[in-house]
Design a binder for this molecule. Structure first.
Ligand code: SF4
Ligand code: SF4
Length: 340
């Protein structure tokens, strides 16, 4: 395993690191086994979130006897100070630690999110106070909106930025990454498998290894998956004409149905949680039907209010047929709900 500096944080992180969503579907014992295999294979950076159900608890259990040898990152989606503080205190308890290496504002995609988080008494103020008290070492931000991510990077307030990056979502390489690097920020590449829609690990990491400044944080659900992906980092990388052609075929096939979670389609006049509901199939693939009903029910229930007006589709830069996809996902959700 090779290691890289994460911007100017002073943290040295493994060139492939660990995303904390898939361990949600494992038992505590299974999750600890996966986390220990990752640790044994040299992965030292672990990213989770308050929103990832019991993921923090599982990481806390796995690393309580080796806290000084891992770098822990987590996040809050709350924009108000009181809510962010509640999340932060809960993360410290769940992770069984008295400090968090990287605390991130989670999915700041809309202007109103940023205004609320940056307002006096908002989430950012609380997290900066926690940093002054030593509970948080560095502050980062995550987003799925490219213009917002670039804007957040330009504020100079964050040590890292986390953004989706994979061979069907590669826009970040053009402006976001260079802008972040100019400012000495660390870059975390979330969703290397595009949230579960890419199934060719070799191709996925051939692409990502061309951008070594962006640290990928794939999720792992078994010790074998850890071995497979760490193994893909052995030896030099080479991307041939066949690989590029195959990436193009994936792009062509997935382009018309893959939601990038950019949130340009919002808001829905009828309160439909479009982005959460558009990701339902991916959530099923990651968590199982039962898990997806529990995780996405709050989004999927809002789809019942969809009148198929089509307004959202006129705003989607990827020209997705959002009403049709929402209907398909809702039908699937109803089938899964009936399984309970
Ligand atoms: S449906 Fe389109 S506009 Fe809405 S989040 Fe997905 S990709 Fe973005
Ligand atoms: S089609 Fe449905 S989800 Fe889209 S804006 Fe209209 S009501 Fe909302």
């Amino acid at each position: 395993m090779q290691y890289r500096m994460l911007g100017k944080t002073g943290l040295t992180v493994s060139e492939v690191s660990f995303g904390g969503i898939p361990i949600i579907r494992l038992s505590v014992g299974e999750a600890v086994s996966v986390l220990h295999r990752a640790f044994d294979r040299g992965i030292n950076f672990y990213d989770t979130a308050n929103a990832y159900r019991d993921s923090e608890h599982k990481m806390g259990r796995a690393f309580r006897d080796r806290r000084d040898r891992v770098i822990l990152a987590t996040k809050t989606g709350r924009r108000d100070g009181a809510g962010a503080l509640e999340h932060l205190e809960n993360s410290l308890r769940m992770l069984e630690t008295d400090y968090i290496d990287l605390y991130q504002l989670h999915q700041v995609a809309q202007e109103k999110d940023w205004e609320a988080a940056a307002a006096p008494g908002g989430a950012l103020e609380v997290v900066r106070k926690a940093q002054a008290e030593g509970k948080v070492r560095h502050i980062g931000v995550t987003s799925h909106s490219l213009p917002m991510a670039i804007k957040l990077v330009r504020t100079g307030l964050f040590a890292t930025v986390q953004f989706p990056f994979n061979f069907i979502e590669d826009a970040a390489k053009d402006e976001l990454f260079p802008t972040a690097l100019e400012r000495g920020m660390g870059i975390l590449a979330m969703k290397p498998f595009a949230g579960g829609v890419l199934d060719n690990a070799s191709l996925v990491f051939k692409f990502l290894r061309q951008y070594p400044d962006a640290i990928p944080i794939p999720g792992f659900d078994s010790p074998q998956a850890v071995d497979e992906i760490v193994g893909l980092y052995a030896g030099p990388n080479s991307v041939g004409a066949d690989d590029l052609a195959l990436m193009d075929r994936y792009r062509a096939e997935l382009g018309q149905r893959f939601c990038r979670r950019c949130e340009y389609c919002l808001p829905c006049p009828n309160g439909v949680a479009i982005t959460g509901a558009m990701g339902y199939r991916v959530t099923v693939a990651r968590l199982s039907p039962k898990g997806a009903v529990g995780f996405s029910g709050r989004f999927m229930d809002t789809v019942a209010n969809c009148t198929q007006c089509g307004l959202c589709a006129t705003r989607c830069p990827y020209e997705l047929d959002i009403p049709a996809i929402l209907k398909q996902h809702y039908d699937l959700y109803e089938t899964h709900r009936a399984l309970d």
